[in-house]
Every structure is written in structure tokens, then in C-alpha cells.
Design a binder for this molecule. Structure first.
Ligand SMILES: *Cc1c(COP(=O)(O)O)cnc(C)c1O
Length: 366
């Protein structure tokens, strides 16, 4: 069976260095907010081209804390609106509702799967405070257009970079394309920890300090609390693993790009719609997502031929039980995407033979 993602094989490449990092943490006697976190924050900020990175417990918390910090700074209030794509992983939307803010769904472009900038302005009201573009599947959104709209209406731009570590828009990377950005280091992400992890990046010093305090009980100084904060910290041990894996991230992206290009050039089947890419560098291929009318049938056919695929995602956010208030609304493009998408295997350790087999089996599909 060709696995969707061989996580074990992926981390096995770095086994010796990961053990060394882990040993360093064990022997340091310091397990929370120590040197590994401090160094990782520096290294990750530098990688993204941002001034500040703040390691937190996971990607959802990164997004929650950005919005929470804007509330503490008086920039947002309960009931304010945040624009978000109608097709995203639920966490992008949960971060908004968790803060008593109102998610306003905007349809994606059917070809790029990314929020359609031409549909944003019609959703802006006097309560709109931010746009939360999601660089879904690893491709950056049209940030020039989004930032222009944000500037015109004085909105914050919060990137959901959970799937786009290392992706460029122009000469800037995800994490440095708006006012603040949330990253996830969930094991399956392009930069994955061996457990949960996340980070916020920003160039805004005040925002960075506020988030750092909020994530640490609201405390900027030991036993003094500015805010009613939470405990959302990146572990030393995960930071030490991430420092190892960050060094190889660009190489892994390159491997993914090779597989994606191979798929793009060789999959030839009229029943299958391939993903569209704007330019070379803006896609880091966290997921390679095709579309087809009879998706469940294709998935079963691939499985019968020894190829594991996944669906990102089967149920649109507005059809989730958790968002009952939206269940009667329709977002037709998002619904079509959710009905038709299928993610093919892709990773830094997938062999050429496996990619060849996948292409052959797909091209034989009728
Ligand atoms: C993974 C993911 C998140 C959440 O990250 P966690 O670390 O799992 O909390 C948020 N947004 C998107 C788009 C994601 O893919």
C-alpha cells in the first residue's frame, strides 16, 4: 500500500539528530520556556522573514491568541466581524468564534481553492475588523489584492499559515504577508513536531509582547498578570525537534515540488481536474488536491489499487453541527469543492516508483 503520508519514514531521516536534540533537553533539566524555545523563535522568525515569532501550544491557539491580543489592545471587540474563506479547516473559523467575534464566510475561487478577493468587499460592514486568508493546501492567497482591500477599509490581515510554511508570495514568505500569522506544527504539517506545536509570527512588537504574555497566564513578568491569560506554550522538547526539522524544510519542500510537478505533467485523464498554480514558488504542496465528479468512486478505485488518499475536507464548515446557525445557508462553490476534492499521496520521502504507479493507475481510470 502506498501510504498517504509516511510520517514514520519522514522522521526516520532525522532520527540521529532528533535523539541528540531530545537528549540535550533531558540533560538540561529545563523543560518549559528555555533555551530551545528561545532559539527556535529566533530561527523561525528569521526563516519567515518576520521580526518576531512566538511558539505556542498548537495552530488553533496561535490564531486564537492573535485575535485575543487584538481585543486586549482595543482593536477588536465582542461581535466584530472577521472575513474567512467558506472552505477551510474548521480551526480557522473556531479561532474567530472562540473570541466572541463573528466569522463572515467568503467563497473561494474554484480553481485555486483560495479565498476569492473579488468577493471580499461586498461582505465588509462597519463591524468588519479583519480578513483571515487561509493559504490552503500550501499555496499563498492573492495577498496583494487582500492587503489592498485591508488598507482601504483599515482592517487587520491575519494569515492562517498552518499549511504554508515556506511558501512565497512575491519575495516574501508566508508569515510575513499580513499583520500577523498563525502556524501549526501538527506532525503531518510541512514543518511538523513530534506532538502538538504552533507559532505566531508578526512584525508588530506590541502585538508580539501581548501574545507572549497571554500565552503565559497573561503574565509579562513572573507572578504579575496583565491579562486573564491562558497556558499555551510550545514545549522545550518540541522546540528542539522543530529546530532540527526547520533546517531541512526547504529541502522537503523541494522534494514535494518535484512530485507535484511530476503529477502535473503526467496525470492525463479527462475525468480529473488538476490543481492550478499561479507561479512557481508560491506553492509548497502541503497537499496535492485534485477534483473529480465521482470522488468517492475514484477514492475506492485507488484504494483497490493500493493507493491511500484522503479528503480535505469532507464537510464544509457551514454544514457542521457545531455551526447549526449556518446549516441552512448555501455556499455553492465551497460545497462543490467539498464534494469533489481528493488529496493524492505526497511527501518528502515518496519514491519516484510510487509516484509513477499513482500516475499510471490514475491515467487508467475510466
Ligand atoms: C492544522 C490547521 C490548523 C490548526 O492547527 P493545530 O496545530 O492542529 O491546532 C489551523 N488551520 C489550518 C488551515 C490547518 O490546516
Amino acid at each position: 500500500m502506498i501510504p498517504f503520508l509516511d510520517l514514520k519514514g519522514l522522521n526516520a531521516q532525522y532520527r540521529a539528530e532528533l535523539i541528540e536534540a531530545c537528549t540535550r533537553v533531558i540533560d538540561s533539566g529545563w523543560y518549559i520556556q528555555g533555551n530551545e524555545c528561545k532559539e527556535f523563535d529566533k530561527e523561525f522568525a528569521q526563516y519567515c522573514g518576520a521580526k518576531y515569532a512566538i511558539g505556542v501550544a498548537n495552530g488553533l491557539d496561535a490564531l486564537i491568541l492573535i485575535l485575543r491580543a487584538y481585543k486586549e489592545l482595543g482593536i477588536m471587540n465582542d461581535g466584530d466581524e472577521v472575513i474567512v474563506p467558506s472552505n477551510t479547516y474548521i480551526a480557522s473559523i473556531l479561532a474567530i468564534s472562540e473570541n466572541n467575534l463573528v466569522p463572515i464566510l467568503v467563497e473561494p475561487n474554484i480553481n485555486s481553492y483560495l479565498i476569492d478577493p473579488s468577493k471580499i468587499e461586498e461582505k465588509i460592514t462597519s463591524k468588519t475588523k479583519a480578513i483571515l486568508p487561509v493559504h490552503l493546501y500550501g499555496q499563498t492567497c492573492e495577498m496583494d489584492k487582500i492587503n489592498e482591500i485591508a488598507k482601504k477599509y483599515n482592517l487587520k490581515v491575519i494569515e492562517d499559515s498552518a499549511q504554508s510554511h515556506g511558501a512565497y508570495f512575491g519575495n516574501k514568505r508566508s508569515g510575513n504577508l499580513g499583520d500577523a500569522s498563525g502556524f501549526s506544527f501538527y506532525p503531518g504539517k510541512n514543518l511538523g513536531a513530534l506532538g502538538d506545536g504552533g507559532a505566531v509570527t508578526t512584525n508588530d512588537e506590541e502585538l508580539a509582547q501581548t501574545i507572549r504574555a497571554l500565552a503565559n497566564y497573561g503574565s509579562h513578568k513572573k507572578y504579575e498578570n496583565l491579562y486573564k491569560g491562558v497556558n499555551s506554550r510550545l514545549d522545550e522538547i518540541q522546540a528542539s525537534f522543530l529546530r532540527v526539522k526547520l533546517k531541512y524544510l526547504d529541502n522537503e519542500i523541494e522534494q514535494r515540488r518535484k512530485i507535484a510537478n511530476y503529477y502535473l505533467e503526467n496525470i492525463k485523464n479527462n475525468n480529473i481536474i488538476l490543481p492550478t498554480v499561479r507561479a512557481d514558488d508560491n506553492h509548497v504542496w502541503h497537499l496535492f488536491v485534485i477534483r473529480t465528479a465521482k470522488r468517492d468512486e475514484l477514492q475506492k478505485y485507488l484504494l483497490d489499487n493500493g493507493i491511500q488518499t484522503l479528503i480535505h475536507y469532507p464537510i464544509p464548515p457551514h454544514k457542521q453541527v457545531a455551526y447549526k446557525e449556518w446549516n441552512n445557508e448555501s455556499y455553492l462553490i465551497s460545497e462543490q469543492i467539498h464534494d469533489e476534492v481528493l488529496s493524492l499521496p505526497i511527501s518528502g520521502v515518496q519514491s519516484l516508483e510510487d509516484s509513477e504507479k499513482i500516475v499510471k493507475v490514475l491515467n487508467d481510470y475510466k
